[in-house]
Design a protein around this ligand. Structure first.
Ligand SMILES: Nc1ncnc2c1ncn2[C@@H]1O[C@H](COP(=O)(O)OP(=O)(O)OP(=O)(O)O)[C@@H](O)[C@H]1O
Ligand SMILES: [Mg+2]
Length: 368
C-alpha cells in the first residue's frame, strides 16, 4: 500500500503543485492519477520515491513513513517508468533492462538471463537484446522501460505517462498487454496519465486531480462515470459518460437473446431466402461461428464469401452492455450477434431489447 497523508508540495517560487493530498493506493492494485496538465501528477509521483521531498505531510509505504527511509534503499523497492521510456542510449537493450540488478550486485550474466525473460514477458523478441534504444520504435522502447522497471522485482511501481509517446493503435496494444501482465504480477502501481480513457480502461481506482494539486474525486471507473462528485469531474470524464458506463455493466443474464436461423457458405439462394428474417440472413461456419450477414435477394447461384457483409461487430454473453449495444447498432440487419466465449453463436439481440434491459437495471438509474 502507498498512502499520502495531507501531503503538500510548494516549490521555492511559491507554486503549490500538490495541496493537502490524501490518497491510498491499495496493495496489488493499479491506481491511476489523472488530471489536466500542471495539476501536480508528476510531482505527486516523484514524492513517493523522494526524487522530490514534500514540503509537509507524510507518505507511507506499507505503513512505514518514507521520510525516515534511506532514499537509495527506498528506490530499490519501487520500479519507475517515465515518459519516453528514458533508456540509456549507449547501453544495449538487454543491459538497459539489467541495469538495476547489476547495480544491486548481481552477476552480469545472471542479470542478463533475467533481462531476457523479462523482455519476452513484455513482448520483445530476444534478437532485440543486442540492439540500442535508437534502433527500436517508440512502442518497443516503452516496453523496454516497463521491463527495466520490473527487473529488480519491486513490490511497487510508479509509471508516469508510460504509453503516451506512441500512436493510438500501439498505445491500445501496450495497454492490453500491460493489463494482462498486471493480472499475473499483481504489483502495487500508481500510474499517471492525462488521458481519461486510459484511466478508465486500466485503473482499479482512479484519482482525479484538479489544477492546484487538489484531489477532486477518488473512485472506481464505473463510479466516476455514474456519479461524478462535481461539475469539474463530470466535465473531465466527458459528455458521453452515460453511454461509456455501459462498458462497465455486464450483460450476464440481463438481456434476452433470441434464436437466429443461420445458413452456411455454399447454401443456395432459395435456402438462404427461406432462413432469412427480413432482408438478412446470418452466415456461420461448420462450427456455428458467425462469418457475416448476407442478403439472399442479391445471391445468384450459391452463397459465397464475397456475398458477406462484415460490418457488424459481435458481443459475448459474458461481455459488457456497451459491446452488446455496439453489436446491435453495427449490424446491417440491426440484430446484434451474441456468441459464447468459444465464439459460437448463441443468438441475436436488438437495440430495443438492450434498452429495455438497461431501463430495468437499477445501477444505471443514477447515470441519468
Ligand atoms: N521545479 C519546479 N519549480 C516550480 N514549479 C514547478 C516545478 N516543477 C513543477 N512545477 C509546477 O508545479 C505544477 C505541477 O507540475 P507537475 O509536473 O506535477 O504537473 P503534471 O500534473 O505532471 O502535468 P503534466 O500533465 O503536464 O505532466 C505546475 O504548475 C508546474 O509548473
Ligand atoms: Mg507530468
Amino acid at each position: 500500500m502507498i498512502k499520502f497523508e495531507n501531503v503538500t508540495k510548494a516549490y521555492p517560487d511559491g507554486t503549490v503543485a500538490v495541496d493537502g493530498l490524501y490518497l491510498e493506493a491499495p496493495t496489488g492494485k493499479l491506481t491511476i492519477l489523472v488530471g489536466p496538465s500542471g495539476c501536480g501528477k508528476t510531482t505527486s509521483l516523484r514524492m513517493i520515491n523522494r526524487l522530490i521531498e514534500p514540503t509537509s505531510g507524510t507518505i507511507y509505504l506499507d505503513d512505514q513513513p518514507t521520510s525516515g527511509m534511506d532514499a537509495a534503499l527506498l528506490r530499490r523497492r519501487i520500479g519507475y517508468v517515465i515518459q519516453h521510456a528514458g533508456l540509456f542510449p549507449h547501453r544495449t537493450i538487454v543491459d538497459n533492462v539489467a541495469t538495476m540488478p547489476v547495480l544491486l550486485g548481481e552477476s552480469r550474466q545472471k542479470a542478463r538471463m533475467t533481462a531476457l525473460e523479462l523482455m519476452e514477458r513484455v513482448g520483445l523478441p530476444a534478437n532485440f537484446a543486442k540492439r540500442y534504444p535508437w534502433q527500436l520504435s517508440g512502442g518497443q522502447q516503452q516496453r523496454v522501460g516497463v521491463a527495466r522497471a520490473l527487473a529488480s522485482d519491486p513490490a511497487f511501481m510508479l509509471m508516469d505517462e508510460p504509453f503516451s509517446a506512441v500512436d493510438p493503435v500501439v498505445r491500445a496494444q501496450l495497454q492490453d498487454e500491460f493489463l494482462r501482465l498486471q493480472r499475473e504480477i499483481g504489483k502495487t502501481i500508481i500510474m499517471v496519465t492525462h488521458d481519461i480513457d486510459e484511466a478508465l480502461k486500466l485503473g482499479d481506482q482512479v484519482a482525479v486531480m484538479r489544477v492546484g494539486g487538489k484531489l477532486a474525486q477518488m473512485a472506481t471507473p464505473s463510479e466516476l462515470l455514474t456519479s461524478p462528485a462535481d461539475a469539474f469531474v463530470a466535465d473531465f470524464v466527458g459528455r458521453d459518460r452515460g453511454y461509456r458506463s455501459l462498458g462497465f455493466t455486464n450483460v450476464a443474464g440481463t438481456v434476452a437473446v433470441s434464436e437466429e436461423a443461420v445458413v452456411q457458405l455454399g447454401a443456395s439462394a432459395a435456402e438462404a431466402q427461406a432462413r432469412a428474417s427480413g432482408a438478412w440472413v446470418l452466415v456461420v461456419d461448420g462450427g456455428r461461428k458467425p462469418l457475416g450477414w448476407a442478403q439472399p435477394e442479391l445471391i445468384g447461384g450459391e452463397l459465397k464469401r464475397e456475398h458477406l457483409n462484415l460490418s457488424g461487430t459481435s458481443a459475448t454473453s459474458t461481455g459488457t452492455m456497451r459491446q452488446l449495444l455496439d453489436a446491435a447498432l453495427s449490424s446491417p440487419s440491426r440484430r446484434g450477434v451474441v456468441v459464447n466465449d468459444s465464439g459460437e453463436l448463441i443468438g441475436t439481440v436488438t437495440a430495443s431489447d438492450i434498452v429495455k434491459a438497461i431501463e430495468a437495471e437499477p445501477h444505471l438509474e443514477t447515470a441519468r
